[in-house]
Structure formats: structure tokens, C-alpha cells
Write a protein that binds this ligand. Structure first.
Ligand code: ADP
Length: 497
């Protein structure tokens, strides 16, 4: 049971956890990187701001009594030696440089003057920027000891004995870097562990909450699916639009609806089939019984029957064989249409010509019954786009019915009329008409098995007509008044020549 209750598979849980661990490490690493970067910047900016005036101070204090240059123009090395040793004694991380006005390094204790490869001049742009902003804006300058490296500094201009230049003090010299690297490494380790632990903790909480929220909906859906699977066909996810996985919830509900719809359809088709079989066997039985009866009479009473009687019986047998074959043909046709085995082959043809042919064909029957059969065709030639043999079949059934249900001296009219993009076909008779309550069902005779009283036909003719209309994406309407007559009307798309 507990196995059944699980919503997520162990495989999915494993994947989710792996994704979480990866996420934690990525977050931890980016956290450390970002913190390290900003901590470093923060420390540099603070040091620069705090020591912004140091170069000014050097000039004001040390150049007051002694010139930085000797009379021969060379650098006053003893003065600088003292100055730098004084300063470095207080703060070992600073390095003092004397620059001329082009940024060339004239002297420094820390620089190895013999080393030709070491940088001898620095860019003046950051120095000028620094002086202009009075050291209040963060800027990095060249490190004379390491080509390409940038350091925080303090700088101030001097003008002594007609010589201009700058005192340039690197605030985070080699010593600062050593200490800072060491500290940073320690902090990084601590920070890394702390950050990773914290991130892990938060991710775990968020992850668990996320899984819980996600599976909350999944659990509900799984429960509903199981209910549906166990036979509760009404099981649906309530308020799917409020679900976090709305599309999934809606899809399930739609799927359940269509499954139930299909099941209903299948059940009704099944019911229809059973009704059809019941009706067919009933319809076949009657003419067969008549046939059997007359054949038996002919066999038993062959010697006693007059020639006239024999002929009469044979005629009845013949008529019933006709009826039977007619019924079988209709059944065959209907079942083919119902099984959707018939594909209409649509083409342009003259419905006027077809109507003329049909009227000519039925005229003999009409005359026999003394019915006036007319074609009312005000248009010269109506062309339609449809399956000619299927339309012929439909018209045939409708004319047959009109003639069948119309008494002597009645009238049957087939009229064609162009209406917009369609041709309206109307078969009107002055026959018995159809009761209003029966009208909705005449096209589905087999659905009306219990209600329909025994009629003259088998009730397949109009069902076939309806199927033909469906194949042409059109509908047929019946207008009828009992004792006055009926009209069957349908439309076919007109073909423009
Ligand atoms: P049937 O073989 O019984 O004529 P149809 O499917 O052709 O079967 O018609 C179904 C029923 O509709 C008929 O039994 C009849 O009651 C009624 N019907 C059809 N056409 C007409 C009509 N022109 N006038 C009166 N009733 C009609």
C-alpha cells in the first residue's frame, strides 16, 4: 500500500537531490566570490581614504627644511633614506616614490635601481585624478614594483627649486599584500565553510518546501487518477485553474471527460447495433414467413389449386422476394454508410439533368398511382458540386417516399432553386403528412424501435438520406402537416461555371 501511495519515484528524488547539491555548491561558490571581491574593494577603498593626505603630509613636513634635491641636481638620498625609514617604521605596508613631472621614478628605497626591467615610470592619469578629487574618489595607480599591477596610493605634487614632480606613495605594498593574502585565505576558508553551510541549510529548507508544494498538487492528481482508474468515472481534479500545475490538471480533466464521452458513445453505438439487429431480424422474418406460407401452400395444394390461383400465389411470392432483396440492399447500403466506408467523390454535375432522368424513371409508377409528378425548375441548368450517385440515391428515396405516401390525384413536385451559393432541392407531396411528434425521429428510425408503429416500409430510406447529407456536410429539413402533405428540403453547393 505504502508503495502505491508514493507520488515521486526514487529516481526522480535522486535527480532532485543532485540538482539541489549542485545548486548549493554553485550558490556557495558565487557567494564567496562576490563577498571576496567586495570585501577586498571595501578594504582598499577604506585604506586609500584614510591615507589620502599622507603624501601631502610628507611634502609639508619633510620638504620644509630640506630640499629633495642636492645642488648638483641629484636626489637627496639621505633625506629620502630617513623619510622612508621613518615612515616604514610606522607602516611597513607603504612604499614612497619620488616622481618627476612625467611620472618617471627618481628615487625609492624599495626599488632596486639597478634592475633595468623594473618599471621606472608610472601613468600620471590616475595621479592627476586622485589630486583633482582630493583623494575622495577611489582610483588605482601603477605599481612601480610590479609591471601591470594596480595598487591604491596617495599622491601630492611638489615644486622645489624650479623642479616639479610628485610624491607617490603606494599604500598597499608588498608587505600589505603578504598580510592581506594570509588573512584573506583564512577568512575565505571560514567564509566558504560558513557560506556553504548556510546556503545548504536554506536550500534544504527551500527545497523541501518546493518539493512539498509541488508534490501536493501531484499527490492530488495521482489520487484522482487512481480513483478514476479504480472505476470512479466522475473523479475530476477540483478547481484545476487554482492548481500550480494547471495545464496538467486541466488536461487530466479533459482526458477524463473525453474518455467518458467515448464510452457513452460506444455504449450508444452498441445499443443502436443491438436495436438494428432486432429490427432487421423482425423485418426479415415477415416477408420470409409470407414466402414460406405461400410456397408450402403451393406444394401441398398443388393439385387442387386452379391455374389462376397458382399464378396469384406465385406473384405474391415474387413480390415478397423483391421486398426481401430490396430490404437486404438497403441494409447493405446503410451499414456501409454507417461504418463510414463510403467516401463521396464530389464533382460538378447538372442536378437539373439528374432530376429530369429521375422524373422520367418514376413517371410510370406515378401514372399507375394517378399522381401528378412534376419537375419545377425555373433555372435553365443548375450545376452542383457533389457526389452524383449518392445524390441520385437520396433523391430516389425521397421521391419513392413521396409517391408511396401520396394518394391518387395527389401531386409530387421536385423543385430546384438557386439560393446564394447553394441550390435548394425541395421534394413536396400532397400526401398523408407526418405527425408532428414523429417528425424529429423519421431520420433515425431504428432509434424509435418501440415507438414506431408498423409502417409500409422498413424505415431505412430516410436514414440513408441523412447519412448522404452528412457526407456532404449539409442537413435535410422536413416540413409536414398531417393530411396535407410533406416537404423535404436540402441544399447543395452550387457550381459556378
Ligand atoms: P420507409 O421505408 O418506412 O418509408 P423511410 O426511412 O423512408 O422508411 O421513412 C421513415 C418514415 O417516415 C416512414 O415510415 C413514414 O412514416 C415517414 N415518411 C417518410 N417520407 C414521407 C412522406 N413523404 N410522407 C409521409 N410520411 C413520410
Amino acid at each position: 500500500m505504502s508503495q502505491k501511495e508514493k507520488t515521486l519515484t526514487p529516481k526522480l528524488i535522486k535527480k532532485l537531490w543532485l540538482a539541489f547539491i549542485l545548486l548549493v555548491f554553485l550558490m556557495g561558490a558565487s557567494y564567496i566570490f562576490i563577498t571576496g571581491y567586495f570585501a577586498n574593494k571595501y578594504s582598499q577603498e577604506t585604506t586609500q581614504r584614510l591615507n589620502a593626505d599622507i603624501a601631502h603630509h610628507v611634502i609639508a613636513e619633510k620638504f620644509k627644511d630640506a630640499s629633495p634635491f642636492l645642488e648638483d641636481g641629484s636626489v637627496n638620498k639621505p633625506l629620502f633614506g630617513d623619510l622612508m625609514h621613518d615612515m616604514m617604521a610606522v607602516n611597513q605596508s607603504i612604499e614612497v616614490y619620488l616622481l618627476n613631472e612625467t611620472g618617471e621614478v627618481l628615487y625609492s628605497v624599495v626599488l632596486d635601481h639597478g634592475d633595468k626591467s623594473s618599471i621606472k615610470s608610472v601613468s600620471l592619469t590616475p595621479i592627476e585624478f586622485f589630486i583633482k578629487n582630493k583623494g575622495e574618489r577611489f582610483v588605482l595607480g601603477d605599481d612601480p614594483r610590479n609591471i601591470g599591477e594596480q595598487k591604491i596610493f596617495s599622491a601630492a605634487p611638489y615644486s622645489v627649486d624650479g623642479r616639479d614632480g610628485y610624491v607617490y606613495i603606494v599604500l598597499a605594498g608588498k608587505k600589505f599584500e603578504e598580510v592581506s593574502d594570509n588573512l584573506l585565505n583564512q577568512y575565505f576558508t571560514k567564509l566558504g565553510i560558513g557560506a556553504t553551510m548556510l546556503t545548504m541549510l536554506f536550500s534544504l529548507i527551500i527545497g523541501l518546501l518546493a518539493i512539498w508544494f509541488l508534490t501536493k498538487n501531484l499527490r492530488l492528481i495521482t489520487k484522482t487518477v487512481r480513483k478514476f482508474h479504480d472505476g470512479d468515472l466522475q473523479a475530476r481534479i477540483a478547481n484545476p485553474e487554482n492548481s500550480d500545475i494547471e495545464v496538467f490538471a486541466k488536461s487530466f480533466n479533459e482526458m477524463a471527460d473525453s474518455i467518458v464521452g467515448n464510452m457513452d458513445k460506444m455504449q450508444s453505438v452498441d445499443l443502436l447495433r443491438r436495436e438494428l439487429i432486432a429490427n432487421v431480424s423482425h423485418d426479415l422474418r415477415t416477408p420470409l414467413a409470407i414466402l414460406k406460407g405461400y410456397i408450402e401452400t403451393l406444394q401441398i395444394k398443388n393439385d387442387t389449386l386452379s391455374e389462376e390461383q397458382k399464378q396469384e400465389y406465385l406473384q405474391i411470392t415474387h413480390d415478397n422476394v423483391d421486398k426481401l432483396s430490396n430490404l437486404i440492399n438497403q441494409l447493405f447500403e446503410y451499414s456501409k454508410l454507417e461504418a463510414e466506408q463510403v467516401t463521396p467523390v464530389k464533382e460538378p454535375f447538372s442536378i437539373t439533368e439528374l432530376s429530369h432522368d429521375l422524373i422520367a424513371k418514376f413517371r410510370v409508377i406515378a401514372e399507375k398511382k394517378q399522381i401528378d409528378l412534376q419537375l419545377d425548375n425555373p433555372e435553365e441548368n443548375c450545376m452542383v458540386f457533389a457526389d452524383v450517385s449518392l445524390v441520385e440515391r437520396a433523391l430516389q428515396n425521397l421521391i419513392e417516399n413521396a409517391l408511396k405516401y401520396t394518394q391518387a390525384n395527389g401531386k409530387v413536385t421536385l423543385s430546384l432553386q438557386k439560393k446564394g451559393k447553394n441550390v435548394e432541392i425541395n421534394i413536396t407531396d400532397t400526401g398523408t403528412g407526418i405527425a408532428v411528434n414523429e417528425q424529429p425521429f423519421i431520420f433515425d428510425r431504428y432509434k424509435q424501435v418501440d415507438k414506431s408503429a408498423k409502417k409500409q416500409g422498413y424505415g431505412l430510406g430516410l436514414a440513408i438520406v441523412k447519412k448522404i447529407m452528412d457526407l456532404h456536410d449539409t442537413t435535410i429539413t422536413v416540413l409536414s402537416k398531417p393530411k396535407e402533405g410533406s416537404s423535404f428540403i436540402f441544399h447543395l453547393p452550387a457550381y459556378q461555371v
